[in-house]
Design a protein around this ligand. Sequence first.
Ligand code: ADP
Length: 468
Amino acid sequence: MRFSWKMFLYTYIMIVLSFSLGGFMIIEAAFFNNIQAKEENLIENNNNLCSTYLTMLALDEKLGTNMAIPYRNNLYQDTEDTRVYIGAMGLVEGYDKEFFNQNVQTGKRYVRMIERDGKRCLQVILRDDRMGNYTCVETLESVEDLYEGRDENYRQFQVILLVVSGMGAVFLWLMSIHLTIPLKRLADTAKKIGSGDFTIRAKENHSSLEVRVLTEEFNKMAGYVESYVEELKEENRRREEFVGNFTHELKTPLTSVIGYADLLRSYELDGEKRRQFAEYIYKEGIRLEALALHLLNLLVLRKEEFELCEITAKYFFHELKEQLFFLLEKYECRLELEVEDGIFLGESDLLKTLLYNLVDNGCKAMQEEHRERERKITIYGKKEDGCYRICVEDLGRGIAPEEIKKITEAFYMVDKSRARTMGGAGLGLALCKQIAEIHHSTLEIESKQGEGSRFSIALAQAGEEKHE
Ligand code: ADP
């Protein structure tokens, strides 16, 4: 059942019930009061008659007059609606010997409701044996008009109830529709979101606080869902791109290797050609090996949890320098170290891999023919604001501003053919970025085309060095 229907029905039933009950109680209370007033009136009458009759009896006895009997006879009244009687108890209306003997005692008043000629009457009987044995005063009056009045009130109330409940129904129906409109709108919006339109939001300008809060929270939730779905899409896109790039990077060297190997086995080639083709195969093999290694590293880094240890800058850079020796020799580059003493938190092997990659990239960036500038890589190590920053600076060709954001993506190469001839597959900086993330840091890149680049990472300082 619809919420608006439920709300309407429950409220309507409750209002009609409470209105009916209220009306019933008011009518019954008024009726009860009227009956009581009538009863009091009859009792008062009865009392007066009794005391007057007793006085007359006393006077008759004292003065020898005869006033009581005529008074009693004059008083006697027996009409359709009333009866006034003073005399023997056996002649009162509705006399029942056994019952009267039991219940109507001298000096006691007895009030009851009896039916007389089809009319309900209130009867007050006062038995007082001072007036004579088994003598009583009876006052009786029909209360049929009070019952009719009550029935009339009920009839009027029914009409009022009908009108009020009709008007109330219309009002309640409009109200329940008005109150459930925002919920209906919210449900429509949820339906649209459910069918894939994550950009849609519910209108927030509602007058009632609860609906406003509900709408705000709903929109917040829709926002989260949208960004989460976007993230998933982006992740999916990246994965597809990664697989595509990977396949391509794998296929290119393999095609060359197969091609050159086929030439070598199919033809009788002279020594120089054979050496040249073998060199191609060797280089492509090296590239494939680097690709496999990088990929392996990327996968391992994603899965493994690393414990960061305290590393002393002095020893770390000393070991790094030794590790870089052959690389620098190969590219004929000079290394300059400008490092402060300090202790920082990190995973030594990963940091060395990162710096090795950065130095490797820097060296490659400086491999240009007719180069006049010096081939120099500078590694800085500086303490700043509670962290230890390591920078690798080169004087290479630099990176265009629009490329800077992309070069850390896997398989991204600025100049593909140049990168491939240098044995790259566009995975080095993706690996560096991941290593930086493992160190709760980011790989910051600054570069000026034609002048050089600077890659840096901030590591948390550790130990006493932090307070030096
Ligand atoms: P690769 O392993 O192919 O070198 P990277 O992920 O390390 O891949 O680098 C991506 C691209 O960024 C490279 O193709 C290169 O053109 C560019 N790049 C990286 N470092 C530098 C640098 N120091 N100077 C100029 N270009 C750079």
